[in-house]
Design a protein around this ligand. Structure first.
Ligand code: CP
Length: 325
């Protein structure tokens, strides 16, 4: 049975069995070349409308581990500027409509992956996921999201893999399920809500969690469609108490869309704050602004598992791609 539904991987809703997908990824971590013949003579296209380090390289490595050829196309820098609006009169700065470009890409590749970011200007447009939806509609191939306007599913699958792996190495005791905290952190730029939305969506859907708490300052509520089921607090200390995993991330406001209301540095995680936790492991999707979003003392301590987490991006991508192969 396929572990991914709907010929796309854009959200946890496309996953038939989270734990089975996690175990598949961990099997690839133990034996990266187990399925090296699976993708022979197949080609995967990785389209980027925005920059990337981890997503780009880990997905290429994952494809290579499966015997595939991976071709990266930086659409924003190397391609024609794409138009996504149906019925657009293309007299502006867009040169090619997605309904023309996507089927051509579909004829070149067996699997297509695409990264887009939100505008952070128009919430309705961003949350309608116009770019990735139009691409899926016209390309005629399985599509893997490399991050969309509202979600980052490969990152979130990685995060569940990383937590599962930690618990295998250091179980919490009989029947113990982890307390997981997502905490807002300061930043100098207005960032998307994608990673936080996606982490919330996956942790809410995952039966391996115990308690799930989201901590943020007032006015930083995320979209309820992703957070529903979590405990939400404006008190970071209360949230951190007895936490097993602390996921740190900045996001801009959702309600008054795309704004920075405050940048209170006291929300930055410190070793002192971590004393309240159950010797918590600290996670972050990266890139991270050191000493703004997360302190050196935490990032360079044994609490931090951000490097292991980023390494696991390969196995998440490999598990997903292999399902489509
Ligand atoms: N976490 C993540 O998606 O990193 P990149 O933006 O470098 O791909």
């Amino acid at each position: 049975m396929s572990l991914i539904k709907n010929k796309k991987f854009t959200s946890v809703e496309d996953v038939a069995d989270i734990n089975a997908l996690v175990q598949k990824a961990l099997q690839y971590k133990a034996n990266p070349f187990a399925d090296v013949a699976l993708g022979v003579n197949k080609r995967i296209g990785l389209l980027f409308l925005n920059p990337s380090l981890r997503t780009r390289l880990s997905t290429q490595i994952a494809a290579k581990n499966l015997g595939m050829e991976a071709i990266v196309f930086n659409v924003d820098k190397e391609g024609w500027k794409l138009e996504f609006e149906e019925g657009a009169i293309m007299s502006g700065n867009t040169s090619e409509h997605v309904k023309d470009a996507a089927p051509i890409l579909g004829s070149y590749f067996d699997i297509l992956c695409i990264r887009t970011f939100p505008s952070l200007v128009n919430r309705e447009d961003d949350y309608s996921e116009l770019y990735i939806s139009e691409f899926i509609k016209y390309c005629g191939r399985p599509v893997i999201s490399l991050e969309s306007s509202t979600l980052h599913p490969l990152q979130s699958l990685t995060d569940v893999i990383t937590i599962t792996e930690q618990l295998q190495n250091t179980p919490l005791g009989v029947g113990g399920k982890p307390k997981i905290v997502l905490t807002w952190a300061p930043h100098v730029k207005a960032l998307p809500q994608c990673v936080s939305n996606s982490f919330s969506q996956w942790i809410n859907a995952w039966d391996g969690k115990g308690e799930f708490v989201i901590a943020h300052p007032e006015h930083y509520e995320l979209a309820e469609q992703f957070t529903k089921g979590a405990t939400i607090t404006h008190n970071q200390d209360e949230a951190l108490k007895d936490a097993d995993f602390v996921y740190v991330k900045n996001w801009s406001t959702y309600n008054d869309y795309g704004k920075i209301y405050e940048n209170d540095p006291s929300w930055m995680l410190t070793l002192d704050k971590l004393k309240q936790t159950n010797n918590a492991k600290v996670m972050h999707c990266l890139p991270v602004r050191r000493n703004v979003e997360l302190s050196d003392e935490v990032l360079d301590s044994a609490h931090s598992i951000v490097t292991q987490e980023a390494g696991n991006r390969v196995w998440a991508a490999q598990a997903v791609i292999s399902e489509f192969l």
